[in-house]
Ligand binder design. Structure first.
Ligand SMILES: [Zn+2]
Length: 195
């Protein structure tokens, strides 16, 4: 999961109390959702506690302000937000038939996303990529980078750099519910990551 790589790289900065606290806060708040057409599971980031829920057992599913989904399962109400990993996949997996669910909203949301020049997924909404977390280039960045190409290359190196003995894989395979942009071409090559 590319975004996860990027996040873990931020956390690999020299550790001090502040970074430890950041990690703890992130782990406490973020859930990992895995979903398919049968149902989904919710795991806490620290991998404690796992709930597995089948779509057929749900009373109701509702999407609110495009940022969270509430799920009524027996007596428990689950609230999952767009910051949870796997959320964008989940909202597309909700099977037809839930009266409160805004299927048209979800369909239009994905139709309106544009391609990310960094990760190559159709995931850009309002100047930010929802898949890799990168900002879309804007001329103000000339303060920090010589050109747009340099910015894109730096971001791609950060995103695709393998961690430990991971294999180098510069690709834009669909991930977390986001489709590939067929026009995308990476600006980096294996050599940029091997150095
Ligand atoms: Zn991206």
């Amino acid at each position: 999961m590319k975004l996860l790589n990027k996040i873990s790289r931020w956390f690999l900065l020299p550790s001090d109390r502040k970074i430890n606290k950041l990690i703890k806060d992130f782990a406490a708040k973020t859930k990992i959702i895995q979903s398919d057409h049968h149902g989904f599971s919710i795991t806490n980031f620290d991998e404690e506690g796992k709930a597995t829920i089948l779509w057929k057992d749900l009373e109701d599913v509702k999407i609110e302000n495009g940022r969270l989904i509430t799920i009524q399962h027996r007596k428990t109400k689950h609230v999952l937000t767009a910051d949870d990993i796997g959320w964008y996949q989940l909202i597309q997996q909700v099977p037809p038939g839930f009266k409160s669910y805004d299927y048209a909203y979800v369909k239009n949301f994905f139709l309106n996303l544009t391609g990310c020049k960094i990760c190559g997924l159709m995931a850009v909404e309002d100047k930010e990529c929802l898949a890799c977390g990168s900002a879309v280039w804007n001329p103000e960045m000339l303060d920090s980078y010589d050109s747009e190409a340099e910015y894109l290359k730096q971001e791609q190196i950060c995103l695709f750099e393998p961690i430990d003995d991971e294999k180098i894989d510069i690709s834009n395979r669909p991930e977390n519910g986001f489709q590939s942009d067929p026009t995308w071409k990476p600006l980096i090559s294996r050599e940029d990551l091997e150095g």
